[in-house]
Each structure stands twice: as C-alpha cells, then as structure tokens.
Design a protein around this ligand. Sequence first.
Ligand SMILES: Nc1nc2c(ncn2[C@@H]2O[C@H](COP(=O)(O)OP(=O)(O)OP(=O)(O)O)[C@@H](O)[C@H]2O)c(=O)[nH]1
Ligand SMILES: [Mg+2]
Length: 617
Amino acid sequence: MHAAPLVALVGNPNAGKSALFNALTGARQKVGNYPGVTVERHSGRLALDDGRPVELVDLPGTYSLDPASADERVTRDVVTGRGKFERAPDALVVVVDAANLDNHLRFALQLIALGRPVVVALNMVDLAERDGLTLDPAILSRELGVPVVPTVAVRKRGLDDLRAALTDLVGRHAVTAPAEVEEDMVVLQRRARTIAQRAVVNETPGRRWGHALDAVALHPLFGPLLLLALLFVMFQAVFAWSEAPIGWIEEGFTALEAFVSGLLPDGFFRSLITDGLIAGVGAVIVFLPQILILFLFILVLEASGYMVRAAFLMDRMMARVGLSGRAFIPLLSSFACAVPGIMATRTIDDEKDRLTTILIAPLMTCSARLPVYTIIIGAFIPDRTVGGWVGLQGLVLFGLYVLGILGAFVAALALRRTVTKGASSGFMMEMPKYQWPQWRDVTLGLWSRVEIFLKRAGTTIALTTVILWALLSYPKPPEGSPVSQVDYSVAGRIANGLEVIVRPIGFNRDITLALIPAMAAREVAVAAIGTVYAIDDPEAEGGQKAITENLRDRWSLPTALAFLMWFVFAPQCISTIAVTRRETNGWKWPAFMVGYLFAAAYIMAGITYWLAVALGL
Ligand SMILES: Nc1nc2c(ncn2[C@@H]2O[C@H](COP(=O)(O)OP(=O)(O)OP(=O)(O)O)[C@@H](O)[C@H]2O)c(=O)[nH]1
Ligand SMILES: [Mg+2]
C-alpha cells in the first residue's frame, strides 16, 4: 500500500508545535509553556483540502540539526529521513514564534536550506501583537522564499490557510538539491536578524508587564519568597479545598456498600465486593479531589510561564549539588509520576547529568504517594492551625515534599562524587512569555489525570486488591479459634513472618501487609490497609472514616511517622524500575537505584521511629 505523505512539524522548543498539531489533528498531545515538553515523535492524520490524507508528525523542539540530546536526535532523524524506520518527509511545517523571530529564524533558515517543500507557520502572532509588534507575512515570505502563514495555534486561527498551503505543497513541489547551509552560527544569526527586522511593520513598546513581573519573580530575595509562598498555598489548598468533595465520594461509597450488602447474601461474593473492591479501591478513589487540586496548581503555573522562572531560581542550588539546569523540568514532571519524568531526561545531553537525574527522580513526591501521605496525616496529625492561620496538616504535607527534594539533593551530591562523577553543565533555557493559562489546556490536563487515576484504580489497584483480599480471606480459621482471620490467612502468615525485618524500624504486621502489594502501585498501600481493616472488623462501616479510626487505634504515632518517612524514600513502584531499565539500557542502574533507595528508606524510617519514641510521642 502506498503510505500517506509525511509532513513534519519542526522548530525551536516552545514555538507551539504541539498546540498546532493538536489543533490540526484533534489530538491531545501535552503542551506546556516551557521548552522540552515533547520528547518523542507523535503522529496523527490530517486531511488536505482535496481530501488526500497526510501523516503529520509532532517533534521535539530543537535549536539546530546538530543533535545535542536524545530528543533532538529524534527530530534530526525524522527531518533528514535518516533514522532506522524513517522515510524523508514530503514537506516541513516550520513553526516559529512571531514574538521571538530572530532566534527562531536561525533554525528556520537551516531547515529551508535542506531543499524540501517548506511552509512557515508564523505562530503566536497574538502574543506579538500584545507586545506591540506587527509583522508582515508577505515580506517574510519573500525574504525566505517559502510561503508564510500567520497562526494562533491555541485559538485555531490560520489553520485553513496552513492546510491550503500544505495542499499546494505536498506532492506538487519536488525536493530540490540542498542549498549551501551556512555553517557559521554568527553569520546565520545575523541573517536571521536582518530578515526579522525587515518583516517588522510596526513596533510600539507594548505593555511590558512581563518585565515588571520578572523583576519580582526573578529577584534574588523576593523570587524565592514568592516561590515558597506559592508552594505553601498549594499544599494548604490540597487539604482545605478537598474536604467537601471527599465527603461526597465517601458517602457515595458507603451508599454503594450498603446497596451491595442488601443485594447479595453474606458470603464469598459479598465479601469480595465490599471488603475487597469497595473497601480497597474506594479507599484510594477518595483522594482524587486532592490530586486534582495539586495538578490544577501545577498546570496553571506551567501554562503561565512561571515554571521556567522557578527553574531559574532553583538553578544555583541545583548546580551546587551537581545537577544540570535542564534537570529541572524532568524533576518537575516527576511530581506527577517518575515515569514521564525519567523519559523527559532525554532533553539532557550529558550522559552523567542524565543518569544522575534519572537516579534521583523517584525521590520527587509523585501523585501516587499523595493518598498514602494524606490518609496517615488525616489520622495522626490534628486538624488545627499553628500561629492562627497555617493549617498543620498542610504544613506536614509540605514538609514531606520538601524532605523528598532535600533527599534528592543529598543523593545527587553523593552520586556526583562517586558513581556519576563529572562536571555539570549550567542553565540554558529561554524564558517563555507570561500568558494567561488556556483553560482548555488546563481542563484537558486535569481530565487526563482523572483518566490515568481511574484507570489505575480500575486495573492495577483493583487487581492487586482482589488478590490481597483472597490471600487475606483464606484459609478460614476453625470455629472458635482465638487467632484472627487476618493472622490465620496466607497473607497474614507471610506478613507475620516478615515482620522481623521491619520490627526494628517500628513497623507492624499491617504495614508489612500493605508494603508488598504496594510495589505494583503506591496507592495500593492505602487500598491494602482498607481491605485489611474491612476483613478484620466486618462490623464497622466502610469508607475512610473507619480506616482513620482503625489506624488511630492500632498504630502508634512513631510508627505512623516512620511509615510516612518510608514512603518519602522507598522505590515502591515497578513501572519506575521498568522505565529506568529502558532508558539506561540494562539492569545495572535500576538495581542500583532500588538498592540505595530501599536502604535510605529503611534507615530514615528507623531514625524517625526511634527519635519519636525517644521524644515520647
Ligand atoms: N498565545 C498563544 N499561545 C500559544 C500559541 N501556540 C502555542 N501557545 C502556547 O505556547 C506554549 C508552548 O506550546 P507547545 O505546543 O507546547 O510548544 P512546542 O513547540 O510543542 O514545545 P516543545 O514540545 O517543548 O518543543 C503553550 O503554553 C501553548 O499553550 C499561540 O499561537 N498563541
Ligand atoms: Mg511539543
């Protein structure tokens, strides 16, 4: 079969390629207001005006065709048709940022010189206008010798013209011999600047509130204070705003449990559904509102352009522990999940920088840890304020996140002196323009979190919970036996056997029961505790309230604190181990990562436990 013509979206990072890709194909690739969002090629279908289908590929942004990092290699291979599975593209859509034209034109000139059919998408013309800059696409087109179409990807403006230009290009313009590519960057930059200046029709000093904002956001003193304040508000909100929706979800599950109990006779199926699925999966799902609040903050900060400023502020501190400035975005992504975070390290060109970042990525508190943290905090940290207005629970949560970051910094420092010895490179990142978040992007981002979370709850978490339920429910102790169901069960016996290992750090049988299945996904720890207490205490009403009370009755405060500390460090996640193996091509580094993190978790949990006991908590 004849494959559809291939059209590639290329350009500098943060030019709006993915936004344009989404607008043209209806896909939902992640867009974010910082460079390095896309790290892999993604393709989609687009129909030209005459009905011909083309395959459109979205590529990682890059500054030139000399790849420095793994993601940039992807772009070079697609554009030149050189990679193993690549065919040369039939046309290129070169995406440039209208408000940053001279920088973006440098790469555009190199791409045009390749001799393939090219159309330039002059994107973000809305932002250029906001800053008082008016450009003439016709002049630009004449200077570059290729069609130029003004677009606003996020408002779907200019898409028809772009499609028309592509219809005209694809298959009708032959590939010409590559022109002489200017090798000297300085000369190229000068040419780009001259062309950009000719295309300017009007330049009035627009509202420069971005500069005013940066005077604060990047200020050596106020900048870090602002960052701290933002993070602080974020963690307070996680508790303060989630109370009501969590209540609704809990009520829903209690009602569901009552409904199922009324429907089914006492026995195997009723226990499987109420003690297993509802108690376990329900215990996890109640945390959805908190996860969404956290992501609402992260997505808004990302889309506004603030995150790169935060990276810039952190750069000095990161350089001091031997991390490259480029590590910031991968580490930031790891707050959602270490898996995309580790994949995002492909933007780091230095191998040792990259390896260090991969090894510490699991220390960033991923969203799967949030349910574990909040259930323990909810049970053991009183819901009161310190100093009159600061919520103590939010403060403790904030502390746990900070602890993960500090742990990562200490680990980076140690790794940089030993296994990944070498110098780190400094920070180099363009500052994106500030803008109001596109609510569509934020909503889509939140929705994708809901999908990911519910899918995990419905698959990994549900499955592990059911297996655990079965192992906890059988065999049944003989009538009148003093041994409890849980202790008599297969899982209980295993847990009781393993308890010797974790007793020194203050863990009990219930924790052992929770930790092993939690390797599948961290939230399973919460599901497991829910299931254990549902089986151990079938009279109690279901839902989180019962779990919280059970926790308070059965765990001491030092044990609870040690458990929290364990989760700050422990590599409790098989997917992370798998992606580390894939990104480092072997078992050596994942094995090392698991080893050092478990050791850290054990030691830190132990110290916490004994310190808390010594303090008489
Ligand atoms: N105002 C405005 N914002 C835009 C436009 N196009 C993209 N954006 C925003 O610019 C940011 C970057 O867009 P992306 O599509 O992620 O950029 P990209 O070129 O794919 O970036 P990388 O994947 O990092 O190379 C996002 O915050 C978008 O919402 C536009 O035409 N106008
Ligand atoms: Mg992109």
